[in-house]
Design a protein around this ligand. Structure first.
Ligand SMILES: Cc1cc2nc3c(=O)[nH]c(=O)nc-3n(C[C@H](O)[C@H](O)[C@H](O)COP(=O)(O)OP(=O)(O)OC[C@H]3O[C@@H](n4cnc5c(N)ncnc54)[C@H](O)[C@@H]3O)c2cc1C
Length: 516
């Protein structure tokens, strides 16, 4: 263990792991301190979305991820009588170039991210090391770490990120308050390995039966997840046992003879977020900053979005390309997004977690009618991020940009793998490079910016017309994409490229009224 790092990360769940990789890949010295000697063994996430697929691609684990995921096509909600209440249909190719719904086991993903993080020379992972003290100063933060042999070691980092989960130790050191929507439900989560390969149709089902609200979804290839709501009056200690799991699985024809119980536990789902994610050199990400009921499968996804947003901003600040106040755009962009997802997850939960038969009947009638009319909502609302490093007044700024398959320099594949990732200035009609004056070009190049022309012909070929479609529907000719895949801004004509990059320079370099 060294005594000084660029960034210290407290907590090595999927969010700490991803942030460590994204920073380590950029060459920053990163230390991760995780109090548990081994990875968390209990059941948690089984779903990530297309945007998170692209983030994991950026973290360099896409190839090995393929073997542990399966695309979710339909997530159907049914009432006790088996009537359809709602159908969420997911596309196999989402806007980010990944399926809209990907089913996977979280412990396997964490294993993959761990191997990737440890392969990066700039990243040190210290397991069995609990952070027991946090002392922020003007130039650094000092952490007291209790190591595996019980000794206390002080280390310093220019920035410290608390990725230390729902009961965050770092959080109180930011002086943060928590907004809690008071939405609590306890559920028994059971992961099962059926002995025989089984085709589940549809793949993901929600049984809105007031007798026992139940979720039945894929946990990745060859794995199945059941979730059973704890009923009013039921004791958690009675529900949280292997015996209860088998009893509740029996009606699904899952027994000790034909399946193995991989993991089970009872969780209390909550809906809350922290109001302050940055105080000087201290930051929060993931469950340390927000928790939500898992009905939309978005808790870890939101944490990985935090990591993607924060990584490029810390990179700019550490490299002196932007003042530290740019870090204030991390919460200003992320909190509105995560609040909308918490709201959406809670809306789903309010429909699902009904244990009263009369209330369930009143819920079902309009939903069945809407489902028959095809009027039910089929996907979460498309979300943008809040105000931050974005071109003011641009209707596309803060919206997720697309990733499609391209051909370039004799290689074909997803854009990020073939052309590169980072700040990306793309034009559909002519080479935007020719539009940049030398000073603008030098600034963009110092950021590691990529400049490319994309189309059916030309240096970067748009193999499936994904970019052509996006430019056509947006009615613009140039787009400037941020390293986290959100649009910074657009220009209606190719000669607007220089102005766009200049606006970025202004947005990055201006001092904001900052906490520090
Ligand atoms: C039943 C269930 C189903 C879910 N389903 C989904 C889903 O389908 N999709 C989805 O996106 N999300 C889902 N989630 C949410 C997802 O699992 C979490 O959001 C995610 O694990 C949070 O990751 P994290 O890295 O922020 O925190 P964690 O994984 O909790 O990691 C925090 C780490 O910090 C460590 N730590 C704490 N304090 C200290 C300290 N002082 N010093 C050192 N280390 C410390 C802890 O030991 C822990 O390892 C689900 C959650 C549950 C419970």
């Amino acid at each position: 263990m060294r005594t000084r790092y660029d960034v210290a990360i407290v907590g090595y769940g999927p969010v700490g792991q991803t942030l460590a990789i994204l920073l380590g890949q950029r060459g920053w010295s990163v230390a991760v301190f995780e109090k548990q000697p081994a990875a968390y063994p209990l059941p948690r996430a089984v779903h990530f979305d297309h945007e998170v697929g692209r983030i994991l691609q950026a973290a360099g684990v896409a190839d090995r991820l393929a073997g542990m995921t399966e695309a979710g096509d339909v997530y159907e909600w049914r009432n006790a009588a088996g009537e359809t209440l709602l159908r969420f249909c997911s596309q196999s190719a989402g806007v980010s170039g990944w399926p809209e719904a990907n089913m996977f086991p979280q412990p396997e993903l964490e294993r993959l991210l761990d191997a990737r993080a440890r392969s990066i020379p700039a990243v040190e992972v210290h397991r069995g090391c609990e952070v027991a003290g946090v002392r922020p100063d003007r130039d650094a933060v000092e952490l007291t770490v209790v190591t595996t042999d019980g000794s206390r070691v002080n280390v310093q980092a220019r920035f410290v990120v608390g990725c230390d989960g729902a009961n965050s130790f770092v959080r109180p050191h930011l002086g943060a308050t928590v907004t809690d929507l008071g939405f609590f439900f306890d559920w028994l989560i059971v992961d099962v390995l059926p002995h025989q390969p089984t085709v589940w149709e549809p793949l993901n089902i929600q049984i809105c039966d007031p007798v026992r609200p139940t979720t039945l979804v894929s946990g990745g290839p060859g794995r199945r997840r059941w979730e059973f709501m704890c009923l009013p009056g039921e004791r958690i200690e009675d529900l949280n046992s292997e015996q209860s799991a088998w009893r509740l699985l029996a009606p699904w024809n899952i027994t000790v003879e034909n399946a193995t119980l991989e993991r089970h536990t009872v969780y209390r789902f909550q809906a809350r977020w922290v109001d302050t994610w940055r105080n000087g050199r201290l930051l929060l990400a993931g469950d340390a900053a927000h928790q939500m009921p898992p009905f939309a499968g978005q808790g870890m996804c939101s944490g990985l979005r935090d990591a993607a947003n924060l990584a490029w901003k810390l990179d700019l600040v550490l490299a002196d390309h932007a003042p530290a106040s740019v870090l204030d755009t991390y919460p200003s962009e992320r909190i509105p997004h995560v609040r909308a997802i918490i709201d959406f997850s809670m809306q789903l939960g309010k429909v699902i977690c009904i244990a009263d038969p009369a209330e369930a009947a009143a819920r079902d009638a309009p939903m069945i009618a809407a489902a028959k009319d095809g009027h039910q909502s089929t996907s979460p609302p498309p979300l943008g991020i809040g105000p931050g490093v974005l071109l003011d007044g641009d209707p596309f700024a803060g919206r997720l940009f697309v990733q499609g398959r391209v051909q370039h320099d004799g290689r074909a594949g997803l854009f990020d793998d073939v052309v590169g990732r980072g700040w990306t200035l793309l034009s559909r009609s002519a080479d935007p490079r020719a539009q940049l004056d030398p000073e603008t070009a030098a600034f963009f190049s110092a950021l590691g910016g990529i400049v490319a022309q994309i189309g059916a012909t030309g240096p970067v070929r748009d193999l499936d017309g994904v970019y052509e479609k996006w430019f056509e529907s947006a009615g613009v000719f140039v787009v400037l994409q941020r390293p986290d895949f959100y649009v910074f801004g657009t220009a209606a004509r190719v000669d607007g490229a220089d102005g766009l990059v200049q606006r970025l320079r202004h947005a990055l370099t201006r001092e904001r009224a900052s906490s520090q």
